[in-house]
Design a protein around this ligand. Structure first.
Ligand SMILES: *Cc1c(COP(=O)(O)O)cnc(C)c1O
Length: 362
């Protein structure tokens, strides 16, 4: 399908696959002959239960989630999880945190309200620090595996030698690549980057970590309660789960470079990122400042060396059908978020616009 819409580089809420949007539109007034939109259904009725079960099964298959993990659909976003994780996992004790950028710094600050937080390593916002000072008696180690604002991504998950579980905030690259679960105790992410509309938070939690929530943990945010009720302790974000389920089906069916499903999405993401970074590196007009070994495949911050041209760049990009390229206010410059739903053609269009802009202003 050829899109007539502009390409949208928003960091989140972000672009969704166009076939999914068409499907949602076609089912809006009457889902599968039920006479109801998904928004209007009881979450306990057989229609919505089928939607939820299919979404859970597809997600489990796509990410090869081990059998001893529960998948929860919650609310409260990534920032909510910054509190919900320590409330459930810290036991009021020690938490080690790796700071690689804005999101992991926020997570550590919030966890401090509930636990003894130690920054085991801190990067400069453009790298992944080495030499982690981990504590053997920490309840978990928190890592943000893709820093959405800084554009720093872990391409391999750290191997924690002392058996302390990793908690990964993978909000902005979930489902862009496989997850190696070996050292992971919990993974979380808001949906609005790569999965679906804002309002759904995905949590993958290892079963042996359930059942240790602090007494002050709100019942609706106690993972054990949410898991025991199959994400229906309270009303789940039904419409968001439905759209996420359609995105999972879209990923499963995607074909690219002789691959299918998550492998196809990952290869497409690798190719999109390579195209954009190589254009940046080949130019004296633009630059990306992140160390090449940890550059994000999803979020590409870049700068015009002449920052006086920023406003013209954004205005001309918008006229060329390239939306929401402004960088995060804390970093400045530009940021192209090239999530799963961004086609290769979108990155090609961005790169050719950038070359053209450079030729006219360079
Ligand atoms: C967007 C984002 C968050 C915050 O998500 P909210 O849904 O706004 O709470 C947290 N962590 C990362 C890595 C993010 O990209």
């Amino acid at each position: 399908m050829i899109s007539s819409r502009p390409f949208n580089f928003s960091a989140g809420p972000a672009t969704l696959p166009e076939p999914v949007l068409h499907r949602v539109a076609s089912e809006m007034l009457d889902w599968h002959g039920s006479g109801m939109s998904v928004m209007e259904m009881s979450h306990r009725g057989k229609e919505f239960c089928a939607i939820l079960e299919a979404a859970l099964a597809d997600l489990r298959e796509l990410l090869a989630v081990p059998a001893n993990f529960r998948i929860l659909f919650m609310q409260g976003g990534g920032l909510g999880e910054n509190a919900i994780v320590p409330l459930n996992l810290s036991r009021g004790g020690k938490v080690d945190a790796i700071v690689t950028g804005s999101w992991s710094r926020k997570s550590a600050a919030e966890a401090r309200r509930y636990a003894d937080v130690h920054i085991a390593a801190e990067g400069n916002g453009r790298n992944i620090p080495k030499d982690w000072q981990l504590r053997d008696d920490a309840a978990y180690v928190h890592v943000c595996t893709n820093e959405t604002i800084d554009g720093v991504e872990f391409h391999d998950l750290p191997r924690i030698a002392n058996g302390v579980p990793l908690v990964i905030d993978c909000s902005s690259h979930m489902l862009s690549r496989p997850i190696v679960w070996d050292h992971v105790g919990l993974a979380f992410g808001g949906a609005q980057k790569n999965i679906g509309p804002a309002g759904v938070t995905l949590v993958f939690v290892r079963e042996d970590l359930l059942g240790h929530a602090l007494d002050i943990c709100p019942t609706a945010f106690n993972y054990e309660t949410v898991a025991a009720n199959n994400s229906m302790y309270n009303t789940p974000p039904t419409f968001g789960i439905y759209v996420a389920g359609l995105v999972f089906q879209w990923v499963k069916g995607l074909q690219y470079a002789g691959k299918r499903g998550l492998a196809a999405i990952e290869q497409r993401n690798i190719d999109k990122a390579a195209l954009l970074y190589s254009a940046l590196d080949a130019s004296g007009f633009y630059e990306n400042r992140v160390e090449p070994s940890c550059r994000s495949r999803m979020n590409v911050p870049f700068f015009l060396k002449d920052e006086k041209l920023n406003d013209s760049f954004l205005a001309e990009a918008k006229s060329a059908g390239l939306l929401q390229l402004k960088g995060h206010k804390s970093v400045g410059g530009m940021r192209a978020s090239i999530y799963n739903a961004m086609p290769l053609e979108g990155v090609q269009a961005l790169v050719s616009f950038m070359k053209d802009f450079e030729a006219r202003h360079g």
